[in-house]
Design a protein around this ligand. Structure first.
Ligand code: SF4
Length: 333
């Protein structure tokens, strides 16, 4: 297969569509290619379990960006969504960064188009911009400090009390941070389709059926879910809580992919995904973008080193400054 036809496939479909032979041992081949190309596979907790199982590192946005910054590999294969691949490229410009499918976007990142956000920011010239990592490289370039749900409170608290702040793009996380820190934040009105789709009514019913379960939630959920939660934290924080808190039953209000790791680490505990409003197949909250990552696309991405993430250098340099500031402020988390 010539490189130009591979690039044509990527330009047309967003990923390498080359069929993988039925009898190919995908796992063995991925491991072989990884070694041969000195590549590392990073996977977010929300991708399918089969991909998590083959990854070199599994984590949430903070952990994965720390790994991307530190890896000695020549190539990063990022199984997550587009902005995560971009963040890896921002941090590691000399490494090749590929993702299995360019169509794996993010509703939250898409809710903040750079031109509209630049106009919004211009209305508040004396404000510092803190952006949740779930945004495009262009938004990061318009940002002073990036944060994740693991370090948002710490980053806001590290600033002087009278510092005026714009928080973008997730309004639910922003409201949560404002509430926890007592700050008056100017919020960009973005949201994640997965977390805001958790159904309050179905959750109420589930809680009535399971009165002995603790409700744990990600701060991207709506305020009415967060107000009734027993514990609110980042994906990694929720995982740790389930592992360490002496309780046997939890309702987990975040993307259901995290249950793979949770079940693996606490197989004796009962973990119930919070229900979504729509009638998807599993009746839980699944990110359609994360599920675009498949073993076949991962194999093709490794083999053909496509689709590659490219970030223009002027954008990268500005985005780098805001991400580097976060990594500096998050040391020890
Ligand atoms: S779960 Fe939400 S925030 Fe995370 S990648 Fe999917 S759409 Fe984006």
């Amino acid at each position: 297969m010539s490189m130009s036809s591979i690039q044509e496939q990527v330009a047309r479909y967003g990923y390498v569509t080359e069929a993988v032979a039925d009898d190919l041992d995908l796992i063995a081949e991925i491991n072989r290619l990884k070694k041969e190309k000195n590549a590392v596979i990073l996977a977010h907790y929300y991708v399918d379990g089969a991909i998590q199982d083959i990854a070199d590192y599994i984590g949430d946005s903070l952990g994965l960006s720390q790994q991307a910054a530190a890896t000695p590999a020549d190539m990063i294969v990022f199984c997550g969504v587009h902005f995560m691949g971009e963040t890896a490229k921002v941090l590691s410009p000399n490494k090749k960064v590929v993702i299995p499918d360019l169509n794996a976007g993010c509703s939250l990142a898409d809710s903040a188009p750079a031109d509209k956000f630049a106009a919004f920011k211009a209305q508040y010239p004396d404000h510092l911009v803190i952006s949740y990592i779930n945004c495009s490289a262009e938004i990061k370039a318009l940002t002073d400090i990036v944060c994740t749900s693991s370090n948002a409170l710490q980053i806001v608290n590290s600033l002087p009390k009278d510092q005026k702040i714009i928080f973008a793009p997730d309004a639910n996380l922003g409201r949560y941070v404002a509430h926890k820190t007592g700050r008056d934040l100017v919020l960009w009105d973005g949201a994640c389709i997965v977390h805001i789709d958790i159904s309050r009514e179905k959750l109420q019913k589930l809680r009535e059926e399971n009165p002995d379960a603790l409700l744990i939630a990600h701060p991207e959920c709506k305020e009415d879910i967060l107000l009734q939660a027993d514990f609110v934290s980042s994906t990694t924080g929720l995982l740790k809580f389930v592992q360490e808190y002496p309780h046997d039953k939890f309702i987990v209000a975040t993307e259901a992919g995290i249950l793979h790791k949770m079940k693996e680490s606490v197989p004796h505990k009962k973990l119930i995904p919070a229900p979504a409003t729509d009638n998807n197949t599993c009746a839980c909250s699944e990110c359609p973008y994360m599920k675009m990552n498949t073993l076949e696309k991962l194999y093709n991405a490794l083999l053909y080193e496509q689709p590659e993430i490219i970030v223009p250098e002027n954008t990268r340099l500005k985005a780098y400054a805001s991400v580097a500031r976060m990594l500096e402020l998050s040391k020890g988390i």
